[in-house]
Design a protein around this ligand. Structure first.
Ligand SMILES: [Zn+2]
Length: 303
């Protein structure tokens, strides 16, 4: 597996040219700077149910992108579930990823969270977008939600392709979604925008715990923590998240995994100066492989 934006893109384009590989490549839209937003679907196109894995809304959280590719590779090699389509959007913020890479090449220690227009794509999804948020009030530019709900082309492309109406037209029910971020070693479930619980709280809790326990078992460490997103940092609700949008739109089991526990060490103070290292583990390939194994049952719809 190639890493880095050009490598990922070449890998996806090769997949698109090779029908025998079993994956279908679709261009869902374009980023602000005109980069393609690729979707890959695996499995039986007429299957009635569907799972979606997306990664890289926050481009520095690169371990999430690596994990989505590791998972995609695993699923390409195995027989898929007969009753389920598996969708991947592994590079949800291509302009951001390119900017992170340019900064790393030039040795610039910059935090990159946004798309090319300075919008946090994970605050731009068109549900609960204008809810009050203390985090936004205090740290407005960090959590900038954009000019309007779904104003950003990256979010619009996702929200159009995976809307209730589009899924119904394709004859499929999207009932599991997984968004990969980093860091914190946490499995989050909705709501992010509200302190209150969803009507499917117990189902989410059970699914999140299952995923968190599997990650613990695969990594040989303690399970990841499970939290309702809005309760991670009390008072810091997050309107306009993908987590809430997929739940509100489809009543899907919607999870967000903060893939890495982080890479800070008091013995390596240099790591504190390089934001990229906050979000990513020192051995990303190993962790991506472990996480891919841990996440596969959820994506395949089992149990
Ligand atoms: Zn994130």
């Amino acid at each position: 597996m190639a890493t880095g934006y050009q490598g990922y893109r070449a890998w996806l384009e090769r997949l698109g040219r090779c029908e025998a590989a079993g994956g279908r490549l679709v261009c869902l839209g374009e980023s602000v700077r005109g980069q393609p937003l690729f979707g890959v679907s695996l499995g039986e196109p007429s299957a009635p149910r569907s799972s979606l894995v997306m990664a890289g809304l926050h481009p520095m959280e690169w371990i999430g992108i690596e994990t989505s590719f590791a998972l995609l590779e695993r699923l390409l090699e195995a027989d898929g579930p007969p009753d389920r389509q598996l969708w991947f959007v592994p590079l949800a913020n291509p302009d951001g990823v390119r900017r992170v890479e340019a900064n790393l090449r030039r040795g610039r220690r910059r935090m990159v969270r946004h798309n090319a227009r300075g919008v946090d794509l994970n605050r731009n999804f068109p549900r609960y977008w204008d809810r009050f948020s203390l985090a936004k009030l205090l740290l407005g530019p960090v959590f900038a939600g954009g000019a309007a709900p779904g104003s950003e082309p990256e979010v619009r492309a996702l929200a159009e392709h995976f809307s209730q109406a589009a899924c119904t037209q394709r004859g499929v029910r999207l009932d599991r979604t997984l968004s990969l971020h980093s860091f914190g070693g946490v499995v989050l479930h909705p709501y992010g925008a509200f302190w209150r619980r969803t009507a499917h709280y117990d189902e989410h809790l059970m699914a999140a715990r299952e995923v968190a326990d599997r990650i613990g078992a695969e990594t040989g460490a303690s399970a990841y923590r499970v939290l309702q997103s809005a309760r991670w940092v009390p008072g810091f609700t997050a309107p306009g998240m993908e987590l809430d949008w997929f739940y509100a739109e489809h009543s899907a089991l919607s999870l967000l995994v903060e893939c890495s526990r982080g890479n800070q060490s008091w013995r390596a103070p240099g790591a504190w100066l390089e934001p990229f290292r906050w979000f990513n583990p020192s051995d990303p390939q190993r962790l991506a492989g472990q996480l891919a194994r841990a996440l596969e049952p959820f994506v395949r719809g089992t149990p």
